[in-house]
Write a protein that binds this ligand. Structure first.
Ligand code: HEM
Length: 173
């Protein structure tokens, strides 16, 4: 037999995922979200995907720093201000939080703080964007592996792409 009959995947029930988009006081952020068409449904897809991110967080972060340490200027920055082991802890926490399904004032403030920290250490924009792409590749690999229904796969990837772009807008502002 050439074609094997595949088990039919069932689509996710998003109703069970409670999310929060509380940015009414923040006009610029509101516009960015509107232009990205980042919706509550996107946040629900992110939240539904969170267990797979948490379950693979060590792999994601190890892969990230294996890539970072291939660039000597980044190693020098890290050793001057921190250590890979310390940064792995912060990055793990940060990545999991991206999938909480909450966008509010705290979300914004934490990104402003990351921006300040990165400006302080002299991290160039090109390396930040490059590093973020590595995370996106890890997330996409996980979607391919763990999200069964084709519609959910595409919608999860869309949601990840939107939240990643939003985050980069805030941090690079
Ligand atoms: C700090 C995230 C890229 C070096 C941080 C913090 C977070 C973070 C959450 C903690 C901020 C705080 O103290 O509140 C990210 C994300 C990145 C990224 C999401 C891209 C996907 C990089 C790269 C480097 C780097 C490429 C390479 C040098 C550092 C250093 C600190 C830091 C050295 C600590 C500075 C200090 O404690 O004085 N980053 N980072 N980051 N990041 Fe990044």
């Amino acid at each position: 037999m050439i074609f094997q009959k595949q088990k039919k995947a069932t689509a996710l029930d998003l109703q069970q995922y409670t999310v929060k988009m509380d940015i009414s006081n923040h006009q610029p952020m509101l516009k960015q979200i509107e232009m990205l068409n980042l919706t509550k449904q996107d946040l629900q897809y992110l939240k539904a995907f969170k267990p797979f991110v948490e379950g693979n967080i060590n792999h994601i972060v190890d892969r990230f720093y294996d890539m970072i340490v291939t660039e000597q200027s980044l190693v020098d920055i890290i050793n001057r201000h921190s250590s890979v082991e310390k940064l792995k802890v912060t990055l793990r926490r940060h990545i999991v939080e991206m999938f909480n399904g909450n966008i509010d004032e705290d979300f914004y403030k934490r990104r402003v703080n990351i921006a300040k920290v990165h400006v302080h250490i002299g991290l160039r924009t090109q390396w930040y964007i490059c590093a973020f792409q590595d995370l996106c590749i890890s997330f996409t690999d996980l979607v391919e592996k763990h999200v069964a229904h084709p519609m959910d796969q595409f919608n999860t990837i869309r949601a990840i792409s939107k939240i990643s772009n939003f985050e980069q807008q805030l941090v690079l502002e």
